[in-house]
Design a protein around this ligand. Structure first.
Ligand SMILES: Nc1nc2c(ncn2[C@@H]2O[C@H](COP(=O)(O)OP(=O)(O)OP(=O)(O)O)[C@@H](O)[C@H]2O)c(=O)[nH]1
Ligand SMILES: [Mg+2]
Length: 377
């Protein structure tokens, strides 16, 4: 065994390893990791949920010779809760700049951690040890059922929860910069079991973390027993649906805000006419009132849960600019359709013009006007 000197040498690294009944594995794993990562800046945190097989006792014994080993004990509340506790402790108490999360059963090869750390030191906030990236693989001993569950679990995470471009969304082997974890506000993650991995990646991705994948070989555990149960599969399904629904929450809020703005547009137009204003002056004033109102509601409500990039007045100008541009686009589509389909109902043509423009409008505002700090346009 040779130790690794990584580009991450300047970072305070903490391995966060959850354990439940891992007595046969924990000591060999800690010995292996301590040898591979000799830096005094590296810590190893075992999060044990009162394992009946005495895992915690073995960790305590090991830590008496190796002070870089820490033990966090608690009641068993599931893998997600254990990770949350462990990561929080690594950041707040041990002052880690980066955490490496991995299983204790040697399914994750300890010598792969160096490659993950290299990536976050060089070009990423998160490096996922990926079984499905080119070059990655799972143990041939995996049965059909397990392969199927893993494949479809990943597809579900991508297609339903919306994890874009990540091949292994359920991997429990990752190196993560704690700056990205702080940005992601992981404290609010409500995932008790294995789906925590998906919820965590989802948070990191939506808050603009740069995520890369490094291929790994996932070995089947040789000692001890699996803790993956039917309850985890059910929670997985429910959680990815919840994450998926959250993706569209902004869409309906945006639609509702747009409808309110349209009503205000008409209302103020009517009121200005009543005041005796010329209709050619009343119309743009009403449009501008509705644009400003639309902006304010979107800024505070629709995208209010985002950490928005840039000052509000710049966002306001961008919003106005896009609103006027899309108004012109809407009008151009309407005129073109009217010329092409002379007989068609004007109301139908107006509706046909609104739909694509509303979609463009939403996407531009989502990724530009109200983009999250850190998101690249
Ligand atoms: N603290 C804590 N650790 C857990 C809990 N459930 C699982 N773990 C640990 O999480 C890691 C992954 O669990 P595993 O049972 O290996 O799950 P898996 O890798 O999907 O399944 P197998 O490798 O087939 O056993 C291991 O280190 C477990 O000991 C839990 O409720 N609390
Ligand atoms: Mg395992």
């Amino acid at each position: 065994m040779t130790s690794v000197v990584t580009a991450a040498a300047g970072l305070r690294i903490c391995f966060v390893i959850p354990t439940y009944d891992e007595a046969p594995n924990i000591e060999p794993l800690l010995r292996h990791l301590a040898h591979l990562h000799p830096s005094p800046e590296t810590a190893f945190l075992i999060v044990d949920d009162n394992s009946p097989d005495g895992t915690a006792g073995l960790v305590r014994k090991f830590s008496s010779q190796e002070p870089r080993v820490h033990l966090l004990e608690g009641e068993r509340q599931g893998l997600g809760s254990a990770y949350l506790r462990g990561i929080t402790y690594a950041m707040d108490v041990l002052g880690a700049d980066a955490v490496v999360q991995m299983d204790a059963d040697f399914s994750h090869d300890p010598s792969d951690a160096g490659r993950l750390l290299e990536r976050i030191a060089v070009d990423a906030d998160v490096a996922v040890g990926s079984r499905y990236a080119p070059g990655g693989a799972v143990d041939p001993h995996w049965g059909r059922g397990r392969r199927w569950l893993s494949r479809w679990g990943n597809r579900g995470a991508r297609w339903i929860a919306g994890l874009r471009g990540i091949r292994d969304c359920t991997s429990g082997f990752k190196a993560i910069r704690t700056t990205a974890l702080k940005c992601a506000g992981i404290q609010d993650i409500r995932a008790q079991g294995y789906v925590f991995q998906v919820a965590l990646l989802h948070r990191l991705q939506t808050t603009g973390a740069r995520i890369v994948e490094e291929s790994i070989y996932f070995r089947d555990r040789e000692r001890g027993q699996t803790k993956l149960g039917a309850k985890d599969t059910l929670e997985f399904l429910l959680q990815i649906c919840r994450l998926g629904a959250a993706q569209y929450r902004n869409v309906w809020k945006f639609g509702l805000t747009g409808s309110v703005a349209a009503a205000v547009n008409l209302g103020s137009f009517y009121y200005l006419l009543e005041l005796g204003l010329n209709k050619y002056l009343a119309s743009p004033i009403a449009v501008e009132i509705s644009i400003i109102l639309n902006f304010l509601i979107n800024n505070h409500w629709t995208f209010g849960d985002r950490r928005l990039a840039g000052p509000r007045r710049v966002r306001g100008l961008k919003f106005n600019f896009i609103a006027l541009l899309t108004l012109a686009l809407n009008y151009a589509i309407f005129v073109t359709l009217s010329l092409l389909f002379v007989e068609a109902s004007p109301l139908l043509l107006q509706a046909c013009a609104i739909a694509p423009v509303a979609a463009v409008n939403y996407l531009v505002h989502f990724h530009w006007t109200f983009r999250e700090a850190g998101e690249r346009f």
